[in-house]
Design a protein around this ligand. Structure first.
Ligand SMILES: Cc1ncc(COP(=O)(O)O)c(C=O)c1O
Length: 399
């Protein structure tokens, strides 16, 4: 066997095998794990991708951190959160996953250095770290009426090898946001221990309540005369991308906003330029199209927001008559978490839902919840299928 960074534990588990069997048998599934906006009946302006065919894109001008017009368009879009961003502080990437890989290369030496990751959170982090030869050390989010960082686990897990702490706000799948105090406490530790803070903000546009702006800076900026990005205490990287903000995962445009003390930020940008120059992974057509894609993305975002808010309301109404099931409070994002009784394991319940009810949901263990039993459903499916699927889940899970 050759030696490789590709994780060796890719054997399909019981659930994956059950899904394959159901699909092979042609079973029509109500898929409540679906998070692909392009196949969820979201309305896209017919002309949305026309800008990708701009003749200007025929000319290749390699620009490691991104073409100036594209960086300026992303910077301008931050005004939606009430903050000013200098285009020079932005680095364009092909996606958020690409941004993670670039940052791991920037911050971590392989096979020794580590990053701290929240759990429960986005399952891909495990692969993203391993594929860059970076060790991951988990820290916990605990649920006590709301999700909060368990700082004991941050401090217990922190070793001299930690080069960065990752936070996801809004988090997937808990929908929880970093509070100002949590962010300050992470930044303080990073500053004192010479580590960087990485904040994944890809779901920042998706507050589930119409009254709650989900981007913390939008709140802070209110009432300020001079709007500006408050510099972070420590070297900080904030991640965003069109995949979620414009519902366009296929066009492949993400970005890193470099924040923090001037000298650290400048040093990071210089080294990022070298990494990005090595790969030049962001296509010219998408960079030329960035201003139009960002503008057209507003309508898509509004449609997605309608969908997830509507499904979230439906879910809470449908679950109300089932006292043994709790739909956890959720500030923002595309997922909802249900706490359900545990007469059987999550895996058994999810397989039963699949084989007997034709509904696919994620078990909590997929996201590393600390204990059973949780189910995670996507709020993105078309509403009739969502309502039907949730109805079947509640009926099966309540007893
Ligand atoms: C928290 C989080 N970050 C990043 C991504 C991926 O974004 P991208 O498509 O830009 O790689 C996802 C995808 O679901 C996500 O949940």
């Amino acid at each position: 066997m050759f030696s490789s960074r590709v994780p060796g534990d890719l054997e399909p588990n019981r659930l994956t095998r059950a899904v394959r069997r159901a699909r092979a048998a042609g079973t029509a599934l109500l898929d409540l794990t679906a998070t692909n906006p392009t196949t969820a009946g979201i309305r896209y302006p017919a002309s949305i991708l026309e800008s990708l065919a701009s003749p200007a894109a025929l000319r290749y001008e390699p620009s490691p951190l991104g073409l100036p017009d594209a960086r300026a368009a992303v910077a301008r879009d931050y005004a939606r959160y009430g903050i000013n961003v200098a285009p020079e502080r932005l680095v364009l990437t092909a996606s958020t996953s690409d941004a993670y890989s670039i940052l791991f290369k920037l911050l971590c030496a392989p096979d020794g250095d580590a990053v701290m990751l929240p759990v429960p959170s986005y399952p891909l982090f495990d692969h993203l770290t391993r594929l860059d030869g970076v060790r991951s050390i988990p820290y916990r989010l605990e649920y006590h009426g709301r999700w909060a960082i368990d700082f004991e686990t941050v401090d217990e897990g922190w070793t001299g090898a930690v080069r960065a702490v990752l936070a996801v706000s809004p988090n997937n799948p808990t929908g929880s946001m970093l509070t100002g105090a949590e962010r300050a406490a992470l930044a303080e530790r990073c500053k004192a221990r010479d580590a960087a803070l990485i904040i994944d903000e890809v779901f920042a546009d998706y507050a589930l309540s119409a009254h709650e702006p989900s981007h913390p800076d939008r709140q802070k900026a209110k009432g300020k005369r001079e709007k500006g990005l408050e510099p972070s205490e420590c070297l900080t990287f904030r991640l965003g991308g069109l995949s979620k903000s414009a519902g366009l995962p296929q066009v492949k445009l993400g970005w890193i906003l470099v924040d923090g003390p001037e000298a650290l930020a400048r040093g990071a940008l210089e080294r990022l330029e070298l990494i990005c120059d090595t790969y030049l992974s962001v296509s010219t057509p998408v960079q030329r199209a960035a201003p139009s894609l960002i503008a057209a993305g507003a309508a898509v975002r509004a449609d997605i927001l309608d969908r997830i808010r509507n499904n979230d309301r439906e879910l809470r109404t449908l679950a109300a008559p089932y006292p043994s099931i709790q739909v956890l409070p959720c500030e923002a994002g595309w997922s909802a978490v249900l706490r359900v009784p545990s007469p059987r394991t999550e895996a058994d319940l999810v397989i039963e839902l699949l084989e007997r009810d034709g509904v696919l949901v994620h078990p909590g263990y997929f996201f590393d919840f600390a204990h059973e039993s949780f189910l995670v459903v996507s709020l993105l499916p078309e509403s009739p299928a969502f309502v039907e699927g949730v109805g079947r889940v509640l009926e099966r899970a309540h007893a």
